[in-house]
Design a protein around this ligand. Structure first.
Ligand code: PYC
Length: 331
């Protein structure tokens, strides 16, 4: 049996976004968080088939639009990528909102603004349109907080590191320059991937963060290496590792949110401050600490992230049960 998926492909700041505009399954659940679990239990072959080779690659990511479950939201998003269905994805949101608006797939009640239900909560969007293009999307993200400071690990073949774990829609282990880590360019992409996989395992062995309001969001999924910016006008650079082999080509929206919460908790940023974040390839998001808040008992912030996305083409993909690689593979 052959399943067809009509996809709008593109990228946000260089990282892929595949919006599945036709072929999404009907999901059960009273919230986008419940629907995420239903999708993972019954339809994960769609994610693996569309994200892994031969239809995708290590960095592939994207999602689906759904009617929201909340009366004051305009649309719901379910994210997918090689590692699973993230509770929230910043570059994915910027791409999905851009492509969805450009194709008339999103009902607009207030021009320039949207309320979007994602598995991690509700986010507010402001967007700019010029002609037939969406030229900018700003996300007011979910509450973000520093979950744990000073996790000491010893990385075989590299040395000791002390990390912090911060949440911005996903949990990030944040590695700042120290000891053997002298900067991104000294490490290089393959070493970042290799070390990140080990670091994630070492952190998982000693600490499992759990979201204060939704225990289904738990565990460190990403590793962010920080560095000084390369270009003028940026405040920091990063390489964010996700899945098993990916370095985010964008500055990572949830990663930037986690970094803003981290820097605010350390007293290096304050409410109102902007932080221009540069990705591994030099693309940028503008982050901002919008407000102070709490998440459960934890002090938290509301971060925003702003960027833009570009379509690269339309793509009708088949997942054919007769194909031995219908569910995708990775080497
Ligand atoms: O932009 O939030 C993000 C993201 C998560 C994983 C890759 N990008």
């Amino acid at each position: 049996m052959r399943h067809s998926f009509f996809c709008i492909d593109g990228h946000t700041a260089g990282n892929p976004v595949r919006l599945v505009a036709g072929g999404a399954p009907l999901l059960r659940g009273a919230s986008m968080a419940d629907r995420r679990i239903d999708f993972l239990e019954r339809f994960d072959w769609i994610r693996t088939g569309l994200c892994f080779e031969p239809r995708g690659h290590d960095m592939m990511s994207g999602g689906f639009l759904y009617p929201p479950t909340l009366p004051d939201s305009d649309i719901g998003i379910l994210f997918m990528e090689t590692s699973g269905c993230l509770p929230m994805c910043g570059h994915g949101t910027i791409g999905i909102i851009t492509f969805g608006l450009e194709h008339g797939l999103i009902p607009v009640s207030t021009p320039g603004k949207l309320r979007v239900e994602v598995p991690a909560g509700v986010i507010d969007i402001e967007y700019r349109i010029e002609g037939d293009r969406v030229t900018g999307v700003k996300i007011r993200n979910v509450p973000s907080y520093l979950a744990r400071r000073g996790i000491a690990i010893d990385v075989p073949g590299f040395g000791p590191l002390t990390l912090d774990v911060s949440y911005g829609g996903n949990y990030y282990a944040i590695v700042e320059p120290q000891g053997a880590y002298t900067g991104l360019d000294d490490l290089g992409a393959s070493r970042i991937v290799e070390l990140s996989r080990t670091i994630r395992e070492l952190v998982r062995a000693v600490y499992e963060p759990v979201h204060p309001l939704d225990p289904r969001i738990r565990g460190v999924s990403h590793v962010m290496w920080t560095d000084a910016p390369r270009g003028d006008g940026a405040d920091g650079r990063n390489a964010v590792f996700y899945g098993e082999r990916a370095i985010d080509r964008s500055p990572c929206g949830t990663g930037t949110s986690a970094r803003l919460a981290h820097l605010t908790a350390l007293g290096r940023l304050a409410v109102g401050d902007a932080f221009v974040h540069e990705s591994y390839i030099g693309s940028r998001f503008i982050g901002r600490v919008e407000a102070a808040t709490t998440l459960g008992d934890a002090p938290a912030i509301i971060p925003s992230i702003e960027g833009s996305a570009i379509q690269t083409g339309l793509n009708t993909l088949w997942i054919d049960r007769a194909d031995p690689f219908h569910a995708g593979f990775s080497v």
